[in-house]
Structures are given as structure tokens and as C-alpha cells.
Design a protein around this ligand. Structure first.
Ligand SMILES: *[C@@H]1O[C@H](CO)[C@@H](O)[C@H](O)[C@H]1NC(C)=O
Ligand SMILES: *[C@@H]1O[C@H](CO)[C@@H](O)[C@H](O)[C@H]1NC(C)=O
Ligand SMILES: *[C@@H]1O[C@H](CO)[C@@H](O)[C@H](O)[C@H]1NC(C)=O
Ligand SMILES: *[C@@H]1O[C@H](CO)[C@@H](O)[C@H](O)[C@H]1NC(C)=O
Length: 385
């Protein structure tokens, strides 16, 4: 190919790339705006002798950098706020700040240090008691309050890991996590990696960090904690590499496509029949359907045909079916009556799509909605928390 031919083709190639970006459906990502973080958090800081006052000051300033972009406290005109309580511990725990503490910012920066109990003369430190005090704070000040639907989180900053028998933190941690509270740990290593590994035993999956973790890494972890499904009936779409900002719910109630579409719309704020933009999403949905009691491997999805073209139904209108299509052999049928889509799995075959009549063929269905996150506040009045 001569260079002039390449030059002539370039504009066309660019138009091609542009239209792919413009029309191909993209799975919703979790919100990433720290200013809109909405969590109830308790900071749990080890202030035993070994931490030193310099160490405490360093921890305070790191935590302040992490949380400063967020709106701290409560605000009647803005739901996307974060409350922060503080606990220090050594051989026992002290509550330094309750969740409603009015943290002020100086030039946009929080300052946790003045409220923090200074270094103790106690050289023992049992993370169990810090964890327990943090849990009590959340139980008495977040659960049952008008913020009970806010995601709850405990951040433990510790240097030593001590505790066996009655001082073992693991059973407390298991109880905390079973309530849906996330535990993030930051290990302040004093020369041996053992503390880091042991502290990871109490953290939630993926939330164990070392002191050298960057502010951004920890903020990303907070944003991920803030990305969750409205209730346990919804399953957050995840791949081994990423969590997405969409939740799906299988409904095992034989219905026509039209009835299923209506029912999905009423299930939650902004919910609709599920979309399968990629093979990974198809696979994720089929795995969830498999674990749903008595649900067959066949379900309505948000495929519909308009003027001969296939679309996915979405809350913001509809998007064209993109570069992933998964039609069964001989489908889609051109028959005009078969204007909506369902997925099915014949025994031994992989999942495929076929088109059916909207008012005739019945099956279960799968609904989808946006996850609650920093872009999408979920109101407590709207469902079963
Ligand atoms: C617990 O901490 C308080 C200070 O907050 C202290 O006075 C008390 O002696 C401690 N108790 C134990 C059993 O260590
Ligand atoms: C929090 O403190 C600031 C001053 O530091 C004050 O202006 C503000 O009114 C306080 N907010 C509440 C809710 O008490
Ligand atoms: C799906 O349901 C919604 C809500 O009831 C309705 O507005 C919409 O028209 C339906 N779509 C189709 C293609 O029937
Ligand atoms: C419903 O969703 C819209 C748009 O995402 C949002 O603005 C609104 O606050 C939500 N309402 C509730 C009750 O969650």
C-alpha cells in the first residue's frame, strides 16, 4: 500500500473508530467521585507505646488526605456525606470521636490528630478491643438511625498483631463482616512482615494494605466499598478483575416478555430487563440463574427489535446490540411477531439467545439496576435494607 492510499483511508478509519465508541454498549462502572462518598466509617488506631507520637501523627495525616475530598458529617440537603468516628486502643479501647462528631476542615484538609488519644504507656495492644468498640459505635449510632442503609466500614491502623484465646480478634472480625461491615486494615510494619500477614486475617477480601499503600489506592478501595447492590436479592456483576456498577436479580416467576419488562421496571428505582453486552456478563448471569431455586436455564432479557434492528432496553433509552451477539443457530428469526429476546440453555449447549413473541412465551426473567455508588445515591425509603 502506498503512503497516499494510507492517507486517503485514514479519515474513514477514524470515522469507524469514532462510531464504535459512540454506539457500542458499555457496562456501567462504579462511581469514582470521592466528593460524593457516602459511608459511615470508624477509624481504629493502635496507640500502644510502639507506635510513637510521630507514628500517630503520620497515620492521622494519611487518613486526613484520604478523607479530605469527601463531604464529612451530615447535611440535610446532601445525602452523599460520610461520617467518621474514631477509636484508639492498646490493651483496651477508647472512643475518641462519635460518628456525629463535627470534624472541621482547615483549607480543605481534615485534621484527626487533635482528637486522637496520644501514645499510651501501655506496650500491649489487642486489636480485638478496638474492633469491638468500633462495632459497638456502628451498632448504636448507625444501625437503626436514618443512615442505617449507608454502607459501614472499619479502618484499622495497627503495628502489632496480638491476641490468642480470649483476646483473639478473628471471631469478632467474623461477626463484624457477617453484618456486612467491611474491614480495611493498614499494617504499620515494624521490621517484620508477620504483622502484615496476620492483620490480613481480620480484613475483608481485597482490603488489606501496608503502610506504603498510596492515598489513591485506599481511596479506590473506599469507592469500591461504596459500590453495592440495593439489597441482598441483587447480585453485583463482577469478573475476576473488576466489579461493575450494575446489579442483577433473577426472578423465578413464569411471565411473558412484556409482563417481565413491566415487572423489572417496578422492582427498583431505574431497573429494567438485564443486558448481556459481553460473553463474561452472559456467563455471570447464567451462574446466578443456576443457583436460583428451581429456575430453568431460560429467561427473558432486555433484547427488543425496532424497525428491524436489535436493541438493549436501558434506563436512559435503548442502545444498539454491539459487537457481542450470541444468537442460537437460525436466530434471530425474521418473523415479525418474534420481536423480543430471551436467553436459554439447552442441555449440554452453551447459553444462546432466541427471539420470541412478547405476549406469548413465558419463562423466568432477569432484571438489572444500577449499583448504589457515588454517582447513584440509594434512598432508604425505596426497598428492603
Ligand atoms: C482502660 O483504659 C482506661 C483509660 O481509657 C484506663 O484508665 C484503664 O485502666 C484501662 N483498663 C484496663 C483493664 O487496662
Ligand atoms: C461544625 O463546626 C463548624 C465550625 O467548626 C460550624 O460552622 C458548623 O455549624 C458545625 N456544624 C454543626 C452541624 O454543628
Ligand atoms: C417496558 O416497561 C415500561 C414500564 O412499564 C414501559 O414504559 C415500556 O414501554 C415497556 N417496553 C416495552 C418494549 O414494552
Ligand atoms: C432514582 O434514580 C434517580 C436517577 O438515578 C435518582 O436521581 C433518584 O434519587 C433515585 N431515587 C431513589 C428513591 O433512590
Amino acid at each position: 500500500m502506498t503512503s497516499s492510499k494510507i492517507m486517503n483511508n485514514l479519515p474513514l478509519i477514524l470515522i469507524g473508530v469514532y462510531s464504535i465508541l459512540a454506539t457500542f454498549p458499555v457496562e456501567r462502572k462504579c462511581g469514582s467521585n470521592m466528593e460524593n462518598l457516602w459511608l459511615d466509617v470508624v477509624l481504629v488506631v493502635d496507640n500502644s507505646e510502639g507506635m510513637t507520637n510521630d507514628g500517630l501523627a503520620a497515620i492521622s495525616s494519611k487518613l486526613a488526605s484520604i478523607f479530605s475530598p469527601a463531604q464529612i458529617g451530615t447535611n440535610p440537603s446532601n445525602s452523599k456525606t460520610t461520617r467518621i468516628g474514631m477509636v484508639t486502643y492498646n490493651s483496651n479501647a477508647t472512643v475518641d470521636a462519635h460518628l456525629n462528631h463535627n470534624w472541621s476542615k482547615n483549607d480543605g484538609m481534615l485534621d484527626f490528630y487533635p482528637m486522637m488519644s496520644k501514645i499510651s504507656e501501655d506496650s500491649t495492644s489487642f486489636v480485638k478491643y478496638g474492633l469491638q468498640a468500633a462495632q459497638d459505635l456502628l451498632l448504636s449510632e448507625s444501625y437503626g438511625s436514618d443512615r442505617s442503609h449507608y454502607k459501614k466500614m472499619i479502618i484499622v491502623c495497627a503495628s502489632t498483631y496480638k491476641g490468642t484465646g480470649k483476646d483473639d480478634p478473628v471471631p469478632v472480625a467474623i461477626g463484624v463482616k457477617a453484618r456486612g461491615i467491611k474491614i480495611l486494615t493498614i499494617a504499620y510494619d515494624q521490621g517484620n512482615n508477620k504483622n502484615v500477614e496476620e492483620l490480613a486475617r481480620i480484613s475483608s477480601p481485597g482490603l488489606s494494605f501496608k503502610q506504603d499503600a498510596s492515598i489513591k489506592q485506599i481511596q479506590e478501595a473506599l469507592l469500591e466499598v461504596n459500590c453495592f447492590c440495593p439489597s441482598t436479592k441483587w447480585h453485583q456483576y463482577r469478573t475476576p478483575y473488576q466489579s461493575y456498577g450494575t446489579c442483577i436479580q433473577p426472578v423465578n416467576l413464569p411471565s411473558t416478555w412484556t409482563a417481565a419488562n413491566n415487572s423489572c421496571h417496578y422492582l427498583w428505582n431505574n431497573s429494567y430487563l438485564a443486558s448481556e453486552f459481553t460473553p463474561e456478563k452472559s456467563q455471570f448471569i447464567i451462574e446466578i440463574v443456576k443457583t436460583t431455586d428451581k429456575m430453568d436455564d431460560a429467561y427473558h432479557i432486555g433484547l427488543l427489535r425496532i424497525d428491524g434492528e436489535w436493541y438493549w432496553d436501558q434506563p436512559c433509552g435503548r442502545v444498539s446490540v454491539g459487537n457481542y451477539e450470541n444468537w442460537a443457530y437460525n436466530f434471530p428469526s425474521q418473523s415479525e411477531d418474534l420481536s423480543v429476546g430471551m436467553a436459554f440453555k439447552a442441555i449440554g449447549d452453551p447459553l444462546k439467545w432466541k427471539n420470541v413473541e412478547p405476549l406469548w412465551q413465558t419463562s423466568g426473567y432477569v432484571c438489572e439496576t444500577a449499583a448504589c455508588d457515588t454517582d447513584n445515591y440509594c434512598d432508604a425509603s425505596f426497598g428492603d435494607y
